[in-house]
Design a protein around this ligand. Sequence first.
Ligand SMILES: C[S@@+](CC[C@H](N)C(=O)[O-])C[C@H]1O[C@@H](n2cnc3c(N)ncnc32)[C@H](O)[C@@H]1O
Length: 282
Amino acid sequence: MSVTTSKKETLSYKASPLPFMGQKRNFSKKFMDELGKMPNDLIIIDLFGGSGILSHSAKVAKPDCRVIYNDFDNFQLRLKSIQVTNDLIAFARSILSEYPRNNRVPEEPKKQILKRIKQAQSDHGYIDYISLSSSFLFSGKYALSYDELAKEGWYNKVRRSDFKADGYLDGVELVCFDYRDLYNQFKDVEGVVFIIDPPYLQTQSTTYKEHWNLGQHLDTLTVLQSEKFFYFTSSKSNIIELMDWLDSHAFMPSPFKYCKRLSHKQMVSGLNSYEDIMFVKG
Ligand SMILES: C[S@@+](CC[C@H](N)C(=O)[O-])C[C@H]1O[C@@H](n2cnc3c(N)ncnc32)[C@H](O)[C@@H]1O
């Protein structure tokens, strides 16, 4: 994760300070550029806030605007637990220092580290297992509980430095609502721009609070009636294709028809790739 400081001494994060599946780190620059072209008296509402990186980027790009981050997953609890997470990782670093990196962690050191995690769980009541996972599990694999972490095979991928999130959500308003309730509160307010980054159709989202079915994915299209929005999706999800089909068969106009489309190519294993897409209206 890279952090820079702007002329106004505002900390600017290019990615979420903690691991978060589906965060829009690759769009942070394009998003800020597009938002920068919009007026300075907006209310920016991040309906599917996730890690908060888009809310953070919005506040950096538009410091005078009101920015509302819908923290549906309680990411702030993970941020508040950073010290505990860092202490546990520092302990693991000392235990694993004599073991080769990226190799399987033998049972004995794993047991020692798990014992410390269990103790921390009873001392603090909450442990950020998602952040811990990135030090022990294959990339993209996350445990959500002690039992899940304990049952996995571990690899020595322990972080070399502390997590840091100083100033990350400075000036951002935090709320926690179902996105429809938040949308309804603001849909008739002047000068609102909605950031809409729902869980994607046909992508894994096991670390999110709830699993979505097709109807729930389609429901998010109802918030595209607003005057100004950023909508994120991917070529892996078939939403755009479906909208284009309905449009070309005269069922309904595609909500993306008059939007600006920006994309980012994501390489996966071998020669495979897919596109992350951002639509901008307003
Ligand atoms: C693709 S992620 C958003 C990622 C975020 N833009 C970022 O860059 O970190 C979708 C988020 O929507 C959340 N979510 C799921 N159901 C929701 C609901 N009913 N209302 C609001 N958010 C919801 C998920 O838990 C997840 O955090």
